[in-house]
Design a protein around this ligand. Structure first.
Ligand code: GLA
Ligand code: GLA
Length: 740
């Protein structure tokens, strides 16, 4: 089994004038924040809902507006000062206010070892401040200077094959190298000392899209030390990794190598270590910044559902979460891809308990690294931005402000194109969006408080990837047994109903939710089973599926019947064995007559069928064919004051999950964002706080859609227009509304 390549590429597969503080707009919690560090404001996982903030402070405390702008690389234009002058003029026109600068500027800041040139950045920072703009000032470690790679080869990674990599592009430095860490400490200290107290400095943008791993001797030593701290003895490690298999027993710490491995526990621990070491490097980056600028928040831009790092561990060291969104909205039913993007927004909002996040990058136009860089159709840019805000973003920011004239991203969408900047459709879109944002100050700091959580857990995904069986999926995808896709499929029915969802990891607090949906909870991380049991016992509703409670945190199988680790008594079933399906012949399931969720008809299922035996659970649906026809395919069990639903099989498309979720939502009386029936492809989000509630209504389809609002009266925050009764939504129409 070869490992999927986890190194950085653009991995998106679904793929933001100074005014006085708004008096009375912020909660007491917020006021405590200024001038403290923002991390102190975010409710931590585990905090009861009563302790949650009603409204959070703006990202820039004295600037209570949606931040708008993006990545800007003036260092590429230093020989053409007229271009930079023009940029400032255009920035004003678009209502922009915040720019990420210096991300890849190391060789402009330190052209030779120890020779620093800050004059150009001083000028940019001063001019940003003069315009009332803000800087997300980057540390430049995302791209190292050539002189460094040449003089200190150790800063270049060694790859899985054991070869030192060439200088190459970017995001390719060793996270452990003492030289790299020292060079980062020096440049970060200089930046922090130079710009502390600068009017333009709003936040630190740490490096760029951390990713990848290094297999050099420094990293291997650090890995072994990390393992020693985790396992203490080799005996414990050998047991945890089940190394007697294929004569893999480890006799000395130095023998441990993370290259090709059939030892699942080793693979998992290597991935954990890579996250640990990347976070350790990030802490190293942050230390000089915190010391010079304790009240300036730090963030780093993350990537979609990136599988190479456990981003939840980053959340602990970031004051704000930020992410880069590059959706592919290509298919006939591209509303499904919008729903997938909603899930990711919800995950990044949930990472800090509802704290508004930063949409750090998005493209107003084509994404040149995609195979088919499609233009945004009229309305789609506005929709994408309002979708992000509706889910909790307090920024809409772009990659990139201006197209570079050369190199790899010269054709990547930007606000300012090579041709006539102001006359382009894209530029006009940005101007219109900037104007819309002037009506959204009230949204800043508001949040979403769902009753429902979906568990999407990166470590569970790793465990599924490394496990050979049951059933392989396409090894190139990577082969996580379609875990991420399955989470998306369980999320989508809620999106269709306009029911808000938090997207959490299995270590998160469940107690603030009424319903937790945990598809394919294959690996039970320490403590998870006990917290799940307490949640259900206290009256929570849990949805489990096939392949739950199968292995522990080192991928040792949980013996004694699945779902294991204590989940069996919760689900009230025993899963004896699991069948893998070819597409043909098809399998179907039939809901039981008079089932509590009101499901009827017949539903196709795919990929997995478990043969389960009820041990107290009621049967809600049974298999139609094969030798296990009549056996349970969906069950429900009462445990304590709660209930556990168990899908023994994987529904095809949306049919069964739609019917199931609709039934469950009505049974649990889950609150919808708007109590109206939404046509497929239309969704609504809601943000509340500070006594106001905003609705974000979207038609994500290419055709008109009609929504019957009945007696509900909504007012468009931009133009005051009232919506009520039967309302036609144009293709890709999006609105921000309040109750009239
Ligand atoms: C081969 C090998 C066995 C085992 C089986 C599994 O036959 O010899 O060790 O791996 O495959 O199918
Ligand atoms: C990533 C990077 C940016 C840029 C964009 C292009 O998000 O962070 O530097 O390369 O991709 O889509």
């Amino acid at each position: 089994m070869s490992r999927p390549d986890l190194r950085e590429v653009n991995v998106s597969d679904v793929t933001i004038g100074r005014r006085p503080f708004l008096k009375g707009a912020l909660s007491a919690t917020a006021l405590l924040a200024v001038p403290g560090r923002l991390i102190a404001l975010a409710p931590q996982a585990g905090q009861a809902s009563s302790g949650l903030a009603d409204r959070y402070p703006p990202i820039i405390p004295e600037f209570p507006h949606i931040l708008h702008g993006g990545d800007w690389s003036p260092e590429q234009w230093l020989s053409e000062p007229g271009v930079i002058d023009e940029d400032f003029r255009l920035m004003e026109k678009t209502g922009s206010n915040t720019f990420s600068i210096g991300i890849f500027a190391w060789s402009s800041l330190e052209p030779e070892e120890g020779r620093f040139e800050f004059a150009w950045l001083d000028d940019i920072m001063n001019r940003l401040a003069a315009h009332g703009f803000h800087a997300f000032l980057a540390t430049p470690s995302g791209g190292k200077p050539r002189w460094m790679s040449e003089k200190y080869p150790e800063v270049r990674r060694i790859n899985r094959a054991g070869q030192r990599e060439p200088h190459g592009g970017r995001h390719n430095h060793c996270f452990t190298s003492p030289v790299y860490r020292e060079k980062v400490r020096i440049i970060n200290t200089k930046l922090a000392e130079r710009y502390k107290g600068h009017k333009a400095l709003a936040a630190w943008h740490i490096s760029n899209e951390f990713s990848g791993a290094c297999f050099c001797p420094y990293c291997l030593t650090a890995f072994r030390d990390w393992l020693k701290a985790r396992y203490t003895t080799l005996d414990a490690l050998n047991r945890a990794w089940w190394t007697a298999f294929w004569s893999q027993t480890i006799q000395s710490w130095d023998q441990i190598e993370p290259f090709e491995s059939a030892v699942d526990g080793l693979n998992l621990d290597w991935d954990r270590f890579v996250t640990h070491q990347t976070v350790d490097f990030m802490k190293h980056e942050i230390a000089p910044l915190r010391s010079a600028t304790p009240s300036v928040p730090v963030t780093t831009n993350m990537m979609t559902m990136f599988v190479g790092l456990d981003y939840w561990r980053f959340a602990d060291v970031c004051d704000r979460i930020s992410w880069d969104a590059y959706p592919r909205l290509h298919a006939e039913d591209s509303w499904k891809q919008v729903a997938d993007m909603s899930l990711i927004h919800d995950m990044y909002r949930s990472m800090k308990g509802g704290l508004p996040f930063i949409l750090m990058e998005s493209t107003p136009s084509a994404t040149n690294w995609m195979q088919t860089p499609q233009l945004k159709k009229p309305g789609q840019h506005r929709q994408e931005m309002l979708l992000a805000i509706g889910h909790g973003a307090d920024t809409t920011m772009y990659f990139q402000w201006r197209k570079s004239q050369g190199s790899a991203e010269k054709f990547h969408g930007a606000v300012v194109d090579h041709g006539e900047a102001e006359r382009t459709r894209v530029f006009q879109d940005i101007v219109a969006h900037g104007a819309l944002l002037t009506h959204l100050d009230g949204v800043v700091g508001t949040t979403v408080r769902p009753e429902v959580a979906l568990v999407y857990d990166t470590e569970v995904r790793w465990a599924l990837m490394y496990s050979q069986g049951p059933r392989q999926t396409n090894p190139r995808t990577p082969f996580d047994k379609d875990y991420a896709q399955t989470c998306q499929e369980h999320y989508r029915p809620f999106w269709k109903l306009g029911i808000p969802v938090d997207v959490i990891e299995s270590l998160s607090d469940f107690t603030r939710y009424r319903l937790v949906v945990a598809p394919m909870l294959f690996m039970l991380r320490p403590g998870v089973a006990g917290r799940i049991e307490a949640f259900v016992k206290a009256g929570g509703t849990l949805v489990l599926t096939y392949l739950s409670g199968v292995v522990n945190e080192t991928e040792l199988v949980l013996r004694g019947g699945w779902p294991g680790g204590g989940l069996r008594k919760l689900a009230g079933i025993w899963s004896e064995e699991i069948d893998a399906l070819y597409p043909n012949p098809p399998q179907r399931v039939v809901p039981a007559a008079g089932n509590a969720l009101g499901m009827s008809g017949e539903f196709p299922v795919k990929d997995y069928c478990e043969r389960v035996h009820p041990e107290g659970a009621a049967v809600l649906a049974t298999y139609k064919t094969d030798f296990y026809a009549g056996m349970p395919a969906l069950t429900v069990n009462t445990f304590g004051a709660g209930q556990v639903y168990y899908f023994a099989t994987r529904p095809t498309a949306d049919g069964m999950l739609d019917a199931f979720t609709r039934g469950l939502a009505s049974r649990l009386k889950l609150a919808r964002n708007l109590a109206v029936e939404l046509p497929e492809g239309v969704t609504v989000q809601k943000r509340s706080g500070g006594g106001r509630t905003f609705y974000f209504l979207h038609n994500c389809r290419r055709e008109d859609q009609v929504v019957d609002l009945g007696a509900i009266r909504l007012k468009d925050v931009a133009d005051g227009r009232i919506m009520t009764g039967k309302t036609t939504l144009a293709p890709f129409a999006s609105f921000v509304l309040e109750r009239a």
